[in-house]
Structure formats: structure tokens, C-alpha cells
Write a protein that binds this ligand. Structure first.
Ligand SMILES: C[S@@+](CC[C@H](N)C(=O)[O-])C[C@H]1O[C@@H](n2cnc3c(N)ncnc32)[C@H](O)[C@@H]1O
Length: 218
């Protein structure tokens, strides 16, 4: 059983997939967990990483709001209530957090984010191109499953983690655009950032097997 940290996650989706596989999995976020659990640490991920307990795997979903290509226009045309200075400061903060998780001192690492713009890439420490671009529907077991959706999901993996293999049985032609179509409102960002159980299960099964085969795991 490996110590596994799922960073920047309130939904528990990836955490619960690793727990099901039998690992000592914890989620952490500055916000409380969406549903009651004794497996969530409410704190800044940088403090949690310093606890030094995550000797095996960390899967991390840092905020993409200021880093993602789909939001690049806001940098020069800030939304109501924000200044240009606010936007560029928030970009620096987002890039700094992404840098800290990308370079975390954990043996096996995965960082997940959407497609990024050039200003973000330039600010990230030791930036490297993503390892893999996957879609939720690659892991969908049926047409009507929650996973049968389109959302380009980029994974930055440490060199010792294999690329995720597709496990789904659909071909993408029926994949929905729920993320794109989420209606405006307070919870829109949460709906847009909720992770996908099929992809989480593939991570837990495929990377769980790698952890279990590691001779350092006793
Ligand atoms: C893109 S969302 C990821 C949501 C995740 N996919 C899920 O299913 O819960 C980014 C998350 O990062 C959290 N966050 C922002 N800054 C953080 C920090 N410094 N430490 C830990 N979590 C942070 C936010 O509260 C938010 O829940």
C-alpha cells in the first residue's frame, strides 16, 4: 500500500479510485471536501507536500484559470471588477503554484491541466511539454456515462510513470460538450473542473500497478 496524495481536489474522484485499489490515498485542497470524509486535508498543497509523507505518488490538479489558453484574452481585457494588473499578478501566482507541483519532491508525479498559453509556459520553472493529451471519453464505458465528454486534458508525468492507456468502449462521435456548455453561475468553475471517474479509475489501476511492482514499496 503506497502513500498517495491527490492535490487540489475537493471532489475526491481520484482519491477514491486509489482508495478502492487499496492505497493510502488522501486529497488536499484549500477548500473543504465536497462530501464528508476523513481522507481530506484542508490546506495549501505546498504545506502538505512539506509533510514529507507522499513518498510514492502525487496526482495534482492546480487551478488553470489564469494559465489556460481558453482564458488568455482576459489578460489584456480583464473581466468586470478586475484590472490588468490583477490579471497578470494572478497569472504569476498560478504559474508559481504550477511550478511548485511540477517540481515536487515525490517519486511518481502527474500534474493535470488544460492547454496552456505561452505567457504561462514562460513563467513555469523547468517547464517541459506535456506528456499526454487525453479526453474523458477515452475512458468511457458507455455512451450515456458521465465520462463520455470532450475536454482536452493534458498530463505532465514524471519519466517513471507510463502514459495512460485508453480503457473506454466508445469512439468519441457521441461525446458531449458538457464542460463547454456549463451555464453561467456561481458553480460554473466547479462543474468545469470536476474530474472524471473513468480517467481516475484508469490512473488508479494502471499507476497503482506500477507502485505495487516497485521494490521500494514494502
Ligand atoms: C481546477 S480545480 C480542480 C478540481 C478537481 N479536479 C476536483 O475534481 O475536485 C483546482 C482546485 O485547486 C484548489 N487550490 C487552489 N489553490 C490551492 C493551493 N494553494 N493548495 C491546494 N489547493 C488549491 C482550488 O480550491 C480548486 O479546488
Amino acid at each position: 500500500m503506497a502513500n498517495v496524495l491527490i492535490g487540489c481536489e475537493t471532489s475526491g474522484t481520484v482519491r477514491d479510485a486509489f482508495l478502492k485499489r487499496g492505497h493510502n490515498a488522501w486529497s488536499c485542497d484549500i477548500l473543504p471536501a465536497d462530501t464528508p470524509t476523513n481522507r481530506h486535508i484542508q490546506d495549501d498543497i505546498r504545506n502538505v507536500l512539506k509533510m514529507g509523507l507522499w513518498d510514492f505518488l502525487a496526482v495534482m490538479h492546480p487551478p488553470c484559470t489564469r494559465l489556460c489558453n481558453s482564458g488568455v484574452r482576459w489578460l489584456d481585457n480583464p473581466p468586470k471588477g478586475k484590472t490588468k494588473e490583477d490579471m497578470w499578478r494572478e497569472l504569476d501566482e498560478g504559474a508559481s503554484l504550477f511550478s511548485d507541483v511540477l517540481n515536487a519532491d515525490v517519486k511518481y508525479r502527474c500534474v493535470e491541466n488544460p492547454i496552456m498559453h505561452k505567457h504561462a509556459k514562460k513563467r513555469i520553472r523547468n517547464f517541459k511539454p506535456h506528456s499526454q493529451n487525453v479526453q474523458p471519453w477515452h475512458f468511457a464505458e458507455s455512451e450515456d456515462s458521465f465520462d463520455n465528454q470532450k475536454k482536452a486534458t493534458l498530463l505532465w508525468l514524471s519519466d517513471n510513470l507510463p502514459l495512460l492507456k485508453r480503457t473506454g468502449s466508445v469512439d468519441g462521435t457521441t461525446a458531449r460538450q458538457d464542460v463547454h456548455n456549463a451555464s453561467p453561475g456561481e458553480d460554473r468553475w466547479k462543474i468545469r473542473s470536476k474530474f472524471f471517474p473513468g480517467m481516475a479509475k484508469a490512473m488508479a489501476n494502471q499507476w497503482g500497478a506500477v507502485l505495487e511492482a516497485d521494490p521500494q514499496l514494502t
